[in-house]
Write a protein that binds this ligand. Structure first.
Ligand SMILES: C[S@@+](CC[C@H](N)C(=O)[O-])C[C@H]1O[C@@H](n2cnc3c(N)ncnc32)[C@H](O)[C@@H]1O
Length: 311
C-alpha cells in the first residue's frame, strides 16, 4: 500500500505483480480516464469491471451528482477490497475492526493483535494501513450519511458481483451506457482484454454506450475494433486511454493512420479466450506463440519506417 501523488491511497498486488492504481494519483486517474468522459444524465447504467476499492464508481457518482435513477453493477473477484469501499456493507467483523481502528488518536497496535486471529494476513495488512480515503469516508466523515441519503433519494442503486468478470458479465443483460474496464495490465491479466471478452461486452452495451479504459495497448485496441466497436483515444494528446463505442459520433479523437498501422504489426496480435475460461498463463503462452509464428511486420520495423508520420 502506498500514497499516490494526489494523496489518495494506492494498492499493489504481489500476486499479480502489478499496481491497482496509478502512482500519479489513484483518484485523479479515476476522474480523468473514466468519469471525465461521462455525460451527466438521468437513467444511466454503469458496469464497473474490476471495482477494487471503488475509485471509479466514486468518480462516476461525483460526475453525475444530482442525476437520478442510476444503477451500477460492480464486479471484482476480491470481496475484501469491495468491503473497503464506501458503497458496499462490510461483514460485521470487518466493520467493527475498521470502526475501532479509525477512532482518532487510538493506538491501533494492541487492538489489531486481538482481532488478527479472525482475519487473514492480507486483511490485517490492509487494516494496518487503514487510512484509505474510502474507509475514512465511510467510517468517520460526517458527510457520509448525507451522501448515502442523497443516493437513496435520487434512486441510485448498486449491485456487487464477486466473481470472475467473464462469468459475471454472462449473467448480466445491460444495456450499459458506460462500461469502465480497469483490469490489471493486459500482458499480465489478458483474460479481461481478449477479443472474446470484448464481444461479450459489445452485446451488453447500449447503442450510445461507451467503454472506457486506461489501456492504450495495441492488442486491446485491435480486439475492440474486431469486436465491432469504433475506437478512439482519450487524454491529453490521446496518450492516456482508450474509448470504444458502437456509435462513431461518440469518438472525438479517432485512432490515427499511424495507430491503425501499428495494430497491423505483431504488436497488434490479439489475446484469445474462445470459451472465456482459460487461465491467464494459457492465454499468454498462446499469444506468444501466435506472435512468433506471425507473418505480420515486426513492430520495431514499422516504427522505424513510419517515423515522421507519428501523431
Ligand atoms: C487495477 S485493479 C482495479 C482498481 C479499482 N478500479 C479501484 O478503484 O480500486 C484490478 C482489479 O481487478 C480484480 N480482478 C483481477 N482479475 C479479475 C477477474 N478475472 N474478474 C474480476 N476482477 C478481477 C482485482 O481484484 C483488482 O481489484
Amino acid at each position: 500500500m502506498h500514497r499516490t501523488k494526489d494523496g489518495s491511497v494506492g494498492l499493489f498486488s504481489p500476486e499479480a505483480d502489478d499496481i491497482y492504481h496509478a502512482r500519479s494519483g489513484a483518484l485523479t486517474e479515476a476522474r480523468q480516464k473514466f468519469a471525465a468522459h461521462v455525460v451527466p444524465a438521468d437513467n444511466l447504467k454503469l458496469l464497473d469491471i474490476c471495482y477494487g476499492i471503488g475509485y471509479n464508481t466514486k468518480a462516476f457518482l461525483e460526475r453525475t451528482s444530482g442525476c437520478k435513477n442510476i444503477h451500477i453493477d460492480a464486479i471484482d473477484t476480491d470481496k475484501n477490497l469491495a468491503q473497503l469501499s464506501p458503497f458496499f456493507a462490510a461483514d460485521k467483523m470487518v466493520n467493527m475492526i475498521l470502526y475501532h481502528l479509525l477512532q482518532p488518536g487510538r493506538d491501533t497496535a494492541p487492538l489489531l493483535k486481538d482481532y488478527a486471529p479472525f482475519l487473514d494476513k492480507y486483511m490485517v495488512n490492509l487494516c494496518l494501513n487503514a487510512f484509505l480515503h474510502n474507509i475514512y469516508y465511510r467510517h468517520i466523515s460526517k458527510s457520509y450519511k448525507n451522501a448515502m441519503k442523497r443516493l437513496k433519494n435520487n434512486n441510485i442503486t448498486m449491485s456487487l458481483y464477486v466473481d470472475d468478470a467473464r462469468k459475471a458479465v454472462q449473467t448480466l443483460d445491460g444495456p450499459y451506457d458506460y462500461v469502465f474496464l480497469d483490469a490489471f495490465t493486459p500482458s499480465k491479466c489478458p483474460c479481461l482484454w481478449s477479443l472474446d471478452f470484448f464481444r461479450l461486452l459489445y452485446d451488453r452495451m447500449a447503442d450510445n454506450g461507451m467503454l472506457l479504459t486506461y489501456s492504450v495497448a495495441a492488442p486491446v485496441r485491435n480486439s475492440l475494433l474486431h469486436a465491432g466497436f469504433y475506437v478512439g483515444k482519450t487524454g491529453v494528446n490521446g496518450k492516456s486511454g482508450t474509448i470504444a463505442a458502437k456509435n462513431p459520433g461518440l469518438i472525438k479523437m479517432p485512432l490515427s493512420e499511424y495507430d491503425l498501422g501499428l495494430l497491423k504489426t505483431r504488436a497488434g496480435v490479439m489475446y484469445r479466450d474462445e470459451n472465456l475460461t482459460l487461465q491467464n498463463e494459457a492465454i499468454i503462452a498462446a499469444h506468444e506463440t501466435e506472435r512468433e509464428n506471425s507473418d505480420l511486420m515486426s513492430t520495431s520495423r514499422y516504427i522505424k519506417t513510419s517515423r515522421g508520420s507519428r501523431l
